[in-house]
Design a protein around this ligand. Structure first.
Ligand code: 13P
Length: 336
C-alpha cells in the first residue's frame, strides 16, 4: 500500500475551499433524471450533459474531484479527449463509483446491502490505469419500524471496510459512504443514534481489515429529522447534532469528511456546512462536500431547457457557494 500517495490524494481532495462533485449516478438513475426533465436518455445524452458540466469555466477552485460512473470514465469530451484526462488536466482528481448497487438483504424485508466486492481488485486496477485516483462505495441504511437491523448494519459495515482495503491496495482513496436516508418520520435523535451505530460498526470493521484511516475519506449523511417528521428543527440544531455525532464516532486521524446532500435543498446543504465550519471549536478533520443533487439539480434543469451556458453558470454558482461554506464565509445574501 502506497500510504504516501493515498494521504496526499486524500488531503488534496479536501484542500481549503474545495470539495467533490458527485456525478456518478448509475445509468438507471441518470436516465430517470433526464426523463424527468424531458430529455431522451441515451449514452450520448448522458455524455453531453456531463461534458457540458465538466467544461464549465473556472470551477477548479471549488471542485477538487469528480466522481464518475463506469460509463462516463470511458467517455470523451466534445473534442474527443478522454474525460478523466480532461479533468486531470484541470487539476481535478477523477474518481469512480465502484459498488454495483444496493440489493435486497436476504431475510430482511425493506433493507439493502451494497454489492460489488467480487472482481473489485481487478476493476480498481483498470480504473487506476484509466486515471481514477479515488473511489466511492455507498451503503444505504433505512430507518423504520424495527430497522435498521443488526444484519443491515453489520453486512454493510463489513463490505465498506473490505472495499476500502482493496481500493487502498490499488492506490485509490476510498470514500466510505454509509448513508442513513432522510425518508421517514423519525426525529433527529433517531437519526443521530442510527448514524452513530453505522459509524461505529464501519470503523470497527475498518480496523479489523487494516484500512489506513489517514488515506481514506468519510461521506456521511448529516444528522437531520426524517422528511416527514413534523418537527424539522433549525439549521443550527442540525449542524450541532451532526458535529457532535461525528466527533464521538469518527476517528480523529481521518483527513476529511465530505457530506452527501441526500435530498436537502441546495441552500440547506450549503447553510448546514457553513454553520459547521463557523463553529468556535476546531474540528479534527476537514468538513467538506461531495454533493450530487445540491450541486447539479438546477444545472440539469437549465441544460434540458437548452442553455449550455446557463447550466454551467448554475453549477458554478452552487460550487462557489459551497466553497465559501468550507470556511464559514457563505451567507444567504450571496444567493441569486
Ligand atoms: P446527493 O448529494 O445527491 O445525495 O448525492 C451524493 C452521492 O453521491 C450519493 O451517493
Amino acid at each position: 500500500m502506497d500510504t504516501e500517495l493515498l494521504e496526499k490524494t486524500a488531503r488534496e481532495l479536501v484542500a481549503p475551499g474545495r470539495g467533490i462533485l458527485a456525478a456518478d449516478e448509475s445509468n438507471g438513475t441518470m436516465s430517470s433524471r433526464l426523463e424527468a426533465v424531458g430529455v431522451e436518455p441515451s449514452p450520448e445524452t448522458r455524455r453531453a450533459y456531463r461534458a457540458n458540466i465538466f467544461s464549465t469555466p473556472e470551477y477548479e477552485s471549488a471542485i477538487s474531484g469528480v466522481i464518475l460512473f463506469d460509463e462516463t470514465i470511458r467517455q470523451t469530451m466534445d473534442d474527443g479527449k478522454p474525460i478523466p484526462e480532461y479533468l486531470a488536466s484541470r487539476g481535478i482528481h477523477p474518481g469512480i463509483k465502484v459498488d454495483t448497487g444496493a440489493k435486497e438483504l436476504a431475510h430482511h424485508s425493506g433493507e439493502k446491502v451494497t454489492e460489488g466486492l467480487d472482481g473489485l481488485r481487478e476493476r480498481c486496477m483498470e480504473y487506476f490505469a484509466l486515471g481514477a485516483r479515488f473511489a466511492k462505495w455507498r451503503a444505504v441504511i433505512r430507518i423504520g419500524d424495527g430497522i435498521p437491523s443488526e444484519a443491515n448494519i453489520s453486512t454493510n459495515a463489513h463490505a465498506l471496510a473490505r472495499y476500502a482495503a482493496i481500493c487502498q491496495e490499488q492506490g485509490l482513496v476510498p470514500i466510505i459512504e454509509p448513508e442513513v436516508l432522510m425518508d421517514g418520520d423519525h426525529n433527529s435523535q433517531t437519526c443521530f443514534d442510527v448514524t452513530a451505530r453505522i459509524l461505529d460498526a464501519t470503523f470497527a470493521e475498518c480496523e479489523i481489515q487494516g484500512v489506513h484511516i489517514p488515506g481514506a475519506l468519510l461521506k456521511p449523511n448529516m444528522v437531520l429529522p426524517g422528511k416527514s417528521c413534523e418537527d424539522q428543527g433549525t439549521r443550527e440544531k442540525a449542524a450541532q447534532m451532526t458535529v457532535d455525532c461525528l466527533t464521538a464516532h469518527v476517528p480523529h486521524e481521518l483527513p476529511g469528511i465530505v457530506f452527501l446532500s441526500g435530498g436537502q435543498s441546495d441552500e440547506d446543504a450549503t447553510a448546514h456546512l457553513n454553520l459547521m465550519n463557523s463553529m468556535a471549536v476546531e474540528h479534527p478533520w476537514e468538513l467538506s462536500y461531495s454533493y450530487g443533487r445540491a450541486l447539479l439539480a438546477h444545472a440539469l434543469q437549465t441544460w434540458a431547457s437548452g442553455s449550455n451556458g446557463d447550466s454551467q453558470s448554475a453549477f458554478a454558482h452552487r460550487a462557489a457557494m459551497n466553497s465559501l461554506a468550507r470556511s464559514g464565509d457563505w451567507s444567504s445574501e450571496l444567493e441569486i
